[in-house]
Design a protein around this ligand. Structure first.
Ligand SMILES: Nc1ncnc2c1ncn2[C@@H]1O[C@H](COP(=O)(O)OP(=O)(O)OP(=O)(O)O)[C@@H](O)[C@H]1O
Ligand SMILES: [Mg+2]
Length: 400
């Protein structure tokens, strides 16, 4: 049995251990009832079929509570990675030396159990490079634990909002890579799973980062099977997180794929602006990110004001406009005006493929002994100035 290098947890992680559960979480109101116009239920009889190729495989492994206590050295405090609304997450090492993340659900009765079941069911059936992998679970007595692949770079939230002293800020290219990857995960749920899966809990803390900032969506406990047949929505209790919840869903409980697109738009705005979806420490007009950004969307000249100041202007102007245009479309009040996620993937994949060279990198290149021929240098300058992407506008237009 190999022990995990708990001592190797960075200072930033140590700081995060104190993190408290998210109080912006929307829990079901007692008045709500769970009904579905489509007839599917979250623990239901219909199960999503993966749209991928090798996915008729495996149920998750089962573990005993003892296995997981051993893996986390009895849930030692220095193995704690973080804590969310459903419980604590520990870093652990299985007998085969595989490093994992183990989520121990609070023993808070039925609701936690439902989410546990949905998570196991969904993640056993759905597999995609941009979804976190569930290795197994434990349902010993009243203990409920989930065992995931370990994501070494933590969550997007850790890199956008919970930055520790000396931690590197995400650069523009990495931000676009994360946005495009997260959109691909959502596209898989919406367009390739059958019936479609509405994720319902898209937010920065649920986008986990693998080596190289490869993003994976996590936490499927709130996911719902989407509408089937002629139905356009499923009716359900309003759950999710304030600031990310689409307005029509918050008001009526009618959930559609476009509710996820709205949440995605909020995440994209956070990625671009570095601001939180809800930030109570800001002045009244700036607490809600979407409400603050909406008037700025109307005036292109104000787009720069939305960009994260910590980027220090190191982004392509055209790329910023396009990313903001996508975010603005996703957070439209009218769900039918929001784009489908496949179009968002097309637009963001294009933006992610256009690597921005920072001033510093460009400067270094110019000082390098092997100065490239003039024509090539001009090409680089073009990229820096954001010129020469003739097809950009076309791509973005496709969304509208
Ligand atoms: N597979 C994983 N690998 C590495 N770290 C993880 C993993 N899963 C979760 N974490 C860490 O644990 C923290 C808590 O995760 P958790 O999903 O419980 O809560 P949350 O996402 O912050 O809130 P919520 O309960 O609303 O989803 C995350 O922010 C992340 O830093
Ligand atoms: Mg989470």
């Amino acid at each position: 049995m190999g022990w995990i290098p708990c001592s190797g947890i960075s200072d930033s992680k140590k700081k995060k251990k104190k993190k408290h559960p998210d109080h912006n979480q929307i829990r079901p109101s007692s008045a709500g009832s769970q009904k579905s116009t489509s007839g599917s239920s979250s623990t239901g009889r219909e199960v999503p079929q993966s749209g991928g190729s090798d996915h008729n495989h495996i149920a998750a492994q089962t573990f005993s509570f003892r296995d997981l206590a051993t893996a986390t050295r009895n849930f030692r405090a220095d193995c704690l990675l973080g804590e969310g609304g459903f419980g604590r997450v520990y870093k652990g090492c299985l007998e085969n030396n595989k490093v994992v993340a183990i989520k121990q659900l609070d023993r808070n009765g039925l609701q936690g159990n439902r989410e546990f079941l949905v998570e196991v069911l969904m993640l056993s059936l759905l597999h995609h490079p941009n979804l976190v992998n569930l290795i197994g679970y434990c349902a010993d007595g009243d203990q409920r634990l989930l065992v995931y692949e370990y994501m070494p770079l933590g969550s997007l939230e850790d890199h956008l909002h919970d930055i520790s002293l000396g931690q590197k800020q995400l650069d523009w290219n990495t931000r676009m890579k994360i946005a495009a990857g997260a959109a691909k995960g959502l596209e898989y749920l919406h367009d390739r799973a059958s019936p479609p899966v509405i994720y319902r809990d898209l937010k920065c803390s649920n986008i986990l980062l693998d080596e190289g900032y490869h993003p994976k969506l996590s936490d499927f406990g709130l996911a719902k099977l989407g509408p089937v047949g002629d139905n356009t929505h499923v009716s359900t209790r309003v759950m999710g997180t304030y600031g990310y919840c689409a307005p029509e869903y918050a008001m009526t409980g009618q959930l559609t794929l476009k509710s996820d697109v709205y949440s995605f738009g909020v995440v994209l705005l956070e990625i671009i602006s570095g601001r939180k979806a809800i930030d109570n420490s800001k002045s009244a007009g700036e607490q809600n990110l979407v409400a603050w950004a909406r008037p700025l969307f109307r005036d292109r000249k104000k787009f720069m004001q939305i960009a994260d100041p910590t980027l220090q202007g190191q982004y392509p102007t055209r790329g910023l406009y396009q990313a903001l245009a996508i975010a603005a479309m996703c957070v439209q009040e009218q769900p039918n005006l929001r784009p489908v996620i496949a179009d968002v993937v097309t637009a963001l994949s294009y933006l992610a493929s256009q690597k921005y060279e920072t001033d510093q990198a460009a400067h270094k290149a110019q000082l390098a002994p092997c100065t490239p021929p003039r024509a090539k240098r001009d090409g680089n300058n073009k990229k820096l100035n954001g010129v020469g992407h003739g097809s950009d506008r076309e791509r973005t237009k496709k969304l509208s």
